[in-house]
Design a protein around this ligand. Sequence first.
Ligand code: GLA
Length: 375
Amino acid sequence: MLKKVLIMVIMGAIGPTGCKSNLPEEKGAKMGITKESFGKTQDGQTADLFTLTNANGLSAKITNYGGIVTSLMVPDRNGKMDDIALGYENIDKYIESSPYFGALIGRYGNRIANGRFTLDGAEYTLAQNDGQNHLHGGNKGFDKVLWEAEEIKTADSVGLKLTYLSKDMEEGYPGNLSCTVIYSLTNDNELKIEYQAETDKATVINLTHHSYFNLAGHSSGNILGHELTLTADNFTPVDDTLIPTGEIKAVKDTPMDFTSPTAIGARIAQVKGGYDHNYVLNNSDGSMALAARVYEPKTGRVMEISTTEPGIQFYSGNFLDGTNKGKGAVYNTHSGFCLETQHFPDSPNKPDFPSVVLKPGQKYSHLIVHKFSTK
Ligand code: GLA
């Protein structure tokens, strides 16, 4: 009898799969990649959904439709996994209406004033899909195209290589732009995104990633209690249509200052419309450097973002209004935040900002690492 009870106690603690419940399920997790259908695009092509799982049990679901990260399971300080990425459970919702949840953004992350720019004496006209301005690549940006996908496995990571050829004049941009994006989930609990692109005609390019994070869980309410640190002493102020004025302004003594850990909600009421600004990172030489750290006090989750890019858009989910419902949750204002590593908005019209021009023979590259831990 005693033996039976003992066995039951042990079984209860370990669980049917042989891994302890609550304490890192991840210990027994199997590193690998699985693939399932994610449904059909509007033109009838089949999209796939890949689940990447690392040796610690962290997992990322990524579809080749828009290169969208639909879910990201990360442990809290007790080892409890939660999905920390806002998103939808099926492709139809992404097609119907998505504020770029988890998507790859191209050819140009953020805004280009009046949907126009001049390059080498030629004027290019782009879609004005955000009031008078151009936003996130236009009507059918990289978030809405089907990428070729290839699974990648190494000794310490699982990944997905996505490729897409954006044809000359697609969405108004010059040049055949051949793009590769490699997502990898490493056993150091990092989600890495590596961009590469080449063109056959001079063009402008600013690729980024648009996950909305809520480190307490995607359905846990607002992110105002998250503590944010940005390694940025300056930001680019914007006009009423969110186009940079061209000024580089110090954050010191303003509600924009996140140079030391500060709750997102602490001064948000003093920022008209909430945070939706490009920060000028202190490191601007193209090497990898820490750009942001976010800490969620209830769960202890920490996310650190490093990048090679000179800027980061901090967006506090201001336009979420409860109309987007995903994975059983209703996404209200500030349900998630985005930290989009990038070149500065409207750079094609701002000669003083770091250049976004890509010429034939040059290689565009951009690396983002999201590192997850707890404290
Ligand atoms: C970016 C922009 C925001 C908004 C979101 C998508 O972060 O800066 O203004 O357009 O994307 O809703």
